[in-house]
Design a protein around this ligand. Structure first.
Ligand code: ADP
Ligand code: MG
Length: 337
């Protein structure tokens, strides 16, 4: 049992960034408007995610980290109208089997917060009163303590810095898609990244991507009725003089499907194709910065392809690709035949 548990857990929790992703998604599902992330030793000694969300009810505490427990869906039909990031009930339990976990939580109904220590099976082993306000703080210590090979893999300075960059990119993505969310990232006691609460996606992009980049972008909006698809976001302006500021030497593209950051290689490729033919810029080394939000009915996406949910199946993918192409054509002109 123990080994099988470890094997499946280590597929969900593959890195510091996957821990941060799962924890902030839980915070967002709990309607948090502020999230503070603190890392020590690039997260390998300590990852702490504090939110001001709804907190965890006392009755849910004993089961919260039990594998496959979720408070978010109760039937397979719920999967068809999914509005939460989480639904697999796998993250907290998986994190417990590869690290030491403390959960401190307080709901609006509780008088004070309680800190729970969890063991590798996700069971509560001790509890004590704490002084934190409403919300939940999850503290993850000694990540991959029982996975020496993985720990070793991340032990170089270069790998650690890459991980930290990935955490920042992840926060950038959630920062864009959740304008009214406040986020801070602290490493070695210093705030290294932050975003304040703003009113819309444009302001959110400005605050996380910079005003220079945003001034070279144009907003777009595109709707289809059958099937119901809504596209919106920001793409680099077609004028070539602005193209330099909206190009980045590293990948800075943000694609969301129903508010979920996703990897969509085909869409990425399309955007690069159209953009590079218009600007004559080599998009194999420089990437256009953009933000694309795709809204489709929840029943038209299957997010349950990979444990980290970054790969999704779209029911009418061809229609979505066509819609994206329409936006690109109107902005950059058609591709040469
Ligand atoms: P899932 O998100 O798929 O439900 P998790 O393992 O991530 O599964 O979390 C298990 C449960 O613990 C959640 O369903 C939720 O009830 C509770 N939980 C975890 N983190 C938080 C949080 N930050 N705020 C409120 N509840 C939480
Ligand atoms: Mg979750």
């Amino acid at each position: 049992g123990e080994t099988i548990r470890l094997l499946s857990s280590s597929q969900v929790i593959t890195s510091v960034v996957s821990v941060v992703k799962e924890l902030i998604e839980n915070s967002l599902d709990a309607s948090a408007t502020g999230i503070d992330i603190k890392l020590e030793n690039y997260g390998f000694s300590k990852i702490e995610v504090r939110d001001n969300g709804s907190g965890i009810k006392v009755d849910d505490v004993p089961v919260m980290a039990i594998k496959h427990y979720t408070s978010k869906i109760s039937s397979s039909e719920d999967l068809e109208r999914l509005t939460t990031y989480g639904f697999r009930g796998e993250a907290l339990g998986s994190i417990c089997s590869v690290s030491e976990v403390l959960v401190t939580t307080k709901t609006a109904a509780d008088d004070f917060s309680i800190q729970y220590a969890l063991n590798s099976n996700g069971h509560v082993t001790s509890k004590k009163p704490s002084h934190l306000g409403q919300g939940t703080t999850v503290t993850v210590l000694n990540l991959f303590k029982n996975l020496p090979v993985r720990k070793q893999f991340y032990s170089t300075n270069r790998k650690c810095k890459e991980e930290l960059k990935k955490v920042q990119d992840l926060l950038t993505a959630y920062g864009i898609i959740k304008p009214d969310l406040r986020i801070t990232l602290t490493h070695k006691k210093a705030v290294i990244w932050q975003k304040t609460r703003v009113s819309d996606h444009k302001m959110a992009c400005m605050s996380v991507l910079g005003t220079a980049v945003m001034s070279s972008m144009v907003p777009f909006q595109h709707c289809c009725e059958y099937p119901e698809i809504n596209l919106s976001g920001f793409l680099p302006k077609a004028e070539s003089d602005s193209s330099l500021t909206s190009l980045s030497s590293s990948e800075r593209s943000f694609i969301f499907i129903n508010n979920r950051p996703v990897l969509q290689k085909e869409i990425l490729k399309l955007i690069r194709q159209y953009y590079s033919q218009m600007t004559q810029k080599d998009c194999t080394r420089l990437y256009p910065v953009f933000f694309l939000n795709i809204a489709v009915p929840a029943s038209a996406v299957d997010v349950n392809i990979t444990p980290d949910k970054t790969q999704v199946l779209l029911q009418y993918k061809e229609s979505v690709l066509l819609a994206v192409e329409n936006v690109l054509k109107s902005l950059y002109g058609p591709l040469p035949a």
